[in-house]
Ligand binder design. Structure first.
Ligand code: HEC
Length: 223
């Protein structure tokens, strides 16, 4: 299972072409899994709020690699304990290649409470709102409830940060269509493997264009 996940993640990092190739080979579950590991950056946290006035030192720290543009300083995995302190919007269970194995991955999505409240009021996330999606590998066991899958190792995280007026678009290829977009492998929090959101994300998020590129059908709390 872990090996499958790693393979999927590598393919996702390689871009949509790889994903499509995988899907056509019958491995679409794996491809979807890898693609969804991105986390959303939290622009409402004190960290993010200060993004525009960061010192060069802090920017360098956040950008992780020298070739990233300044705008990417706002994109990283929030350092707060979002699993405890934010709101969990919902979970997607991805079936394992062999259905007997239960769930192959869990995708768990979080946002800040203030962002959720703003969404419930306005029907859209406010600027700076950060969505984080944990991608967990799974374990499956026969428990007293039946065959049960549960979250195991963190495979990676997808981050989206709302940028409603596209003020960051053009500053880096990770921003556009109203969001900043990035995926972080494993426990990594700052250095993204995403190079271009159009290639790395939009192929799969376009179907959700009518709902601000979000798969809101999986988030009961937003209804
Ligand atoms: C293989 C297709 C695929 C790719 C590639 C992909 N995603 Fe997703 N993403 C999805 C799907 C489908 C969901 C919701 C269902 C799920 O997670 O299983 C989702 C959900 C998310 C969520 C939770 C919020 C939401 O949109 O509902 C975030 C955050 C996210 N993706 C970020 C990204 C980022 C950033 C990238 C690019 C680095 C990316 N995704 C690439 C398919 C993909």
């Amino acid at each position: 299972m872990n090996r499958d996940f790693v393979a999927g993640a590598v393919i996702a990092a390689a871009g949509l072409v790889g994903l499509l190739a995988l899907a056509s080979m019958g491995g679409s579950d794996m491809a979807v899994t890898a693609a969804e590991d991105a986390m959303m950056a939290d622009s409402m946290s004190p960290d993010t709020m200060s993004g525009d006035t960061m010192s060069p030192d802090v920017m360098a720290q956040h950008s992780g690699s020298g070739d990233q543009a300044e705008g990417d300083a706002r994109l990283y995995v929030p350092s707060v304990n979002y699993r405890r302190d934010w709101v969990q919007l919902g979970t997607f269970s991805l079936q394992a290649d062999d259905p007997e194995d239960g769930a192959g991955e869990f995708h768990v999505v979080y946002a800040e409470r203030a962002a959720v409240e703003a969404y419930l009021k306005d029907g859209i996330f406010p600027d700076g709102a950060t969505l984080v999606k944990d991608v967990f590998a799974t374990k499956t066991e026969d428990l007293t409830t039946g065959r049960a899958s549960y979250a195991d190792k963190l495979a990676g995280r997808f981050v989206m940060v709302k940028d409603g007026d596209n003020s960051e678009a053009g500053s880096s290829p990770l921003w556009g269509d109203g969001w900043g977009w990035a995926f972080y492998e494993g426990e990594e929090m700052q250095k993204t493997v995403t190079t271009n959101y159009v290639n790395d994300c939009m192929g799969c998020h376009q179907p959700a264009a009518d709902t601000d590129f979000l798969y809101v059908q999986g988030y009961p709390i937003l209804k």
